[in-house]
Design a protein around this ligand. Structure first.
Ligand SMILES: [Zn+2]
Ligand SMILES: [Zn+2]
Ligand SMILES: [Zn+2]
Length: 327
């Protein structure tokens, strides 16, 4: 019995969804806009298209709904309008060509990989179809502060990638070390200098004045008198005349506007922008972020080799306690 043979992506007409729906999109030859029936069907089942082209303003909620409906995590979602969104593919100069390339490379993959739901398989398949390493990018609006655009909307990307490193299918390179909130794990943290005594961030720097004659040392404000501009020693009441001759300024101190505490150093603290928690630097853990490249073994695995990913919890992505910035 003859099976139905599907033409390869290079030969057949590719079906795309315009999101939001627009019928005036100028698609090149070889592309066909899916009609309302496909969109209606997606209300109850998954969306069956070759590509999604973002053709107008779409709210975050609608983007979330789109990705929920898109059962196949390898389908290209390319932005024709506006800036890149979380989970979308880079269209660059030629968005239609970029989408077609992803579809063609997807069809090179064995069916077992295309249909696999394992996060490691999806990650490798996305790297292959996007012809890209897994490279992190800073994303201030994201809780993790770093995203991997090539990974699309996969959850637990770094953990999965580190398991693939353990299995020899990816190699990794250090990208950055991020601090994470001990309370909510966000990496959107404000680091600041704080008062040792009351942890306020409202500090100012004052010069220290050293009076040679009596040996008194104190912040400049203690030598200033409201009556004139001459500095007067608060200990011996003599006027200070010439810097270098009868006094000098050997350094500076930090003074807190909140509690008036003066110290020769400041504490370092973090404020979490998500949960508003305040933490001493010594209590804030760090996590290392890497970029990843696929190995020859990783490519072999994609094309039918046996996956041998270790299944124990990741220990490479260990959270290390950050030592105090100032001992
Ligand atoms: Zn937090
Ligand atoms: Zn204070
Ligand atoms: Zn004095």
């Amino acid at each position: 019995m003859l099976g139905e043979v599907r033409a390869s992506a290079g030969a057949r007409t590719l079906r795309y969804l315009s999101f939001p729906h627009r019928s005036d999109v100028q698609a090149p030859d070889g592309w066909k806009l899916v009609g309302a029936e496909t969109i209606a069907a997606a209300e109850t089942s998954s969306l069956d298209v070759d590509a999604v082209m973002i053709t107008g303003e779409v709210s975050d909620v609608m983007m979330d709904r789109l990705f929920e409906r898109l059962a196949d995590p390898l389908v290209p979602v390319v932005t024709l309008h506006g800036e890149a969104r979380r989970g979308t593919d880079r269209g660059g100069e030629s968005p239609w060509g970029a989408a077609r390339s992803i579809i063609e490379r997807r069809e090179e993959l064995p069916q077992a990989i295309r249909q696999s739901g394992r996060v490691e398989d999806v990650l490798l398949a996305r790297m292959f179809t996007r012809k890209s390493d897994l490279i992190p990018r800073y994303a201030p609006s994201d809780r993790a502060a770093v995203i991997y655009p090539v990974a699309g909307r996969i959850d637990g990307v770094a953990e999965a990638a580190n398991r693939l490193v353990d299995a020899g299918l990816l190699t990794r390179k250090f990208f950055d070390r991020l601090h994470t909130c001990p309370s909510c794990s966000s990496s959107a943290l404000n680091v600041r200098e704080e008062c040792h005594k009351c942890r306020s961030g409202d500090l100012y720097v004052q010069e220290i004045v050293h009076h040679f004659r009596c040996g008194h040392q104190a912040p400049l404000s203690k030598f200033e008198s409201p009556l004139g501009h001459a500095l007067t020693c608060p200990k011996c009441n003599l006027k200070l005349r010439h810097i270098g001759l009868d006094y000098d300024k050997p350094g500076s101190v930090q003074t807190c506007r909140s509690c008036a505490h003066t110290d020769d150093s400041n504490a370092v603290g973090f404020v979490c922008m998500h949960c508003e928690g305040k933490f001493d630097a010594a209590r804030v853990p760090v996590r290392d972020v890497y970029s990843y490249a696929i190995t020859a073994q990783g490519t072999r695995m994609l094309f039918g080799g046996q996956p041998d990913v270790v299944s124990q919890p990741p220990n490479v992505f260990a959270v290390l306690l950050h030592s105090a910035v100032q001992q």
